[in-house]
Design a protein. Structure first.
Length: 442
């Protein structure tokens, strides 16, 4: 009998499969589409590839007067990157002698699945089926683009784009389309965009988007969308026409086709319920990633998958972990730990220190304006939370994650020699200032 069946070959599923095979387990991996899942095929990677090109084009337009671009070539480069990574991942799976079964899996019972008429059993089953676009219709005849579909289609001749939804997906797509030369609007039904992002970062993003003429409108109630050659959108008593409308309304667990009723696994509103070890209510069935976690991040899913495998194989309890977050706009918003508003709400004593980067040599070279690093510390200079608003801010997060997980005072970063010129020098400068203050206090 196969030792483990893994449903879904996205970041979580492939990480789990490679781990299981490395431990000598006979492993079967089921995927209904291409390996890599949403992240590689329709999400993280194609989005970031397009964002990178859009930022490069935008800088060339500003600094050197670039007037024309070949948007098809931009998308072709994105496709090449995805194809290369897909090929590499496929080779890794084959090298570990993991059996890859193409097709959609449904449960027959708690130990058996069926894929394209073939019935398969295993000692353990790991569900890593991810999530899918939340889709809903508005009154009218319009067929809207989803954020996934839009990544496959250059909108070269269609210049006026509406993004419905002010979450991370909508914000990133806005930056991408703006960089490619489109006129972009974001409609958000709530009173603020990015509800789970620290307010200081949201404010910084909104200020920059306003300067760039990316229109963000909140508290929007869309009443009707009709489509002919263009899209006509009725909202808040107004009517406006767009060339393209993309629905960026978030994602929901991709579990409805699994026939989980046949297993006894507890599901609430599509979300598989798991314990701290990622076990479902049926002990030999585990679930990780978007299928069972409200934090829909590829790196979170991957970490959960590896921890779940450790629990399956070695009965090692799964520890909690600190989650780094980033929004991959040209000036990235990144954070980890608790924001000021969270600390205040919980009544936790803290001190906030902010280091502007306006005078940073590297920041001036990159031409990205006034940016900052902000840290929230406790009385012992341990990090409670960090916010960064600067180019490539996401690259800084592992450093802060390491300090937080190992309970190392932020002031110890003052002993590190940071290369010059880099944005990371700001970390050392702020740590040195605080270390000197600590000496004075003590």
């Amino acid at each position: 009998m196969t030792k483990i069946i893994i449903l879904g070959a996205g970041p979580a599923g492939t990480a789990a499969a490679l781990k299981a095979a490395s431990e000598g387990w006979e492993t079967l991996l089921v995927e209904k589409d291409k390996v890599g899942g949403t992240c590689l095929q329709r999400g993280c990677i194609p989005t970031k590839a397009l964002l990178e090109e859009a930022h490069t084009i935008d800088r060339a337009r500003r600094n050197f007067g670039l007037t024309q671009i070949d948007e098809n070539a931009v998308y072709e480069r994105k496709d090449k990157i995805v194809a290369e990574l897909t090929a590499t991942l496929t080779q890794q799976i084959a090298a570990k002698k993991i059996r890859l079964v193409q097709g959609e899996a449904t449960f027959v019972d708690d130990r058996m699945i069926e894929v394209r008429g073939e019935r398969l059993t295993a000692d353990f089953i790991l569900i890593a089926t991810g999530s899918k676009n939340r889709v809903f219709d508005f009154p009218g005849n319009a067929k809207l683009w989803t954020s996934d579909d839009a990544l496959f289609q250059p909108f070269s001749s269609r210049k006026k784009i509406l993004l419905i939804g002010g979450g991370v997906i909508g914000i990133e797509l806005a930056a991408m389309y703006h960089g490619l030369g489109h006129e972009v609007s974001i409609f958000e039904k709530e009173a603020r965009i990015l509800p789970n992002t620290p307010k200081d970062l949201v404010q910084s993003l909104m200020m920059d988007y306003k300067k760039e003429n990316i229109r963000i409108m909140t508290s929007i109630a869309i009443t009707k969308i009709t489509q002919d050659e263009n899209y006509t959108v009725e909202y808040n008593g107004q009517v406006e026409t767009f060339d393209v409308v993309v629905l960026c309304a978030g994602r929901i667990p991709n579990t409805d086709g699994l026939n989980l009723n046949a297993t006894g696994v507890v599901v609430e509103r599509g979300l598989i319920q798991v314990d701290s070890n990622y076990q479902t209510s049926v002990g030999h069935i585990y679930s990780v990633g978007d299928a069972s976690c409200r934090i829909q991040l590829a790196h979170v899913a991957t970490r959960q998958a590896l921890l779940a495998m450790e629990h399956m194989i070695h009965q090692t309890p799964c520890p909690p972990f600190i989650i780094p977050n980033a929004i991959y706009t040209p000036i990235q918003a990144a954070w980890i730990g608790m924001s000021e508003e969270e600390l205040k709400a919980k009544g936790i004593a803290y001190r906030t220190f902010r280091q502007p980067l306006g005078a940073s040599a590297k920041q001036k070279i990159k031409g990205d304006g006034r940016r900052y690093l902000s840290v929230n510390l406790d009385e012992n200079n341990l990090i409670l939370g960090v916010s960064l608003y600067l180019s490539d801010a996401s690259e800084f997060l592992p450093f802060f994650t390491f300090l937080m997980e190992n309970k190392i005072p932020f002031t110890q970063a003052s002993s590190i020699l940071f290369p010059h010129p880099t944005l990371s020098e700001a970390i050392g400068e702020l740590a040195a200032i605080l270390a000197e203050k600590s000496k004075t206090l003590h």
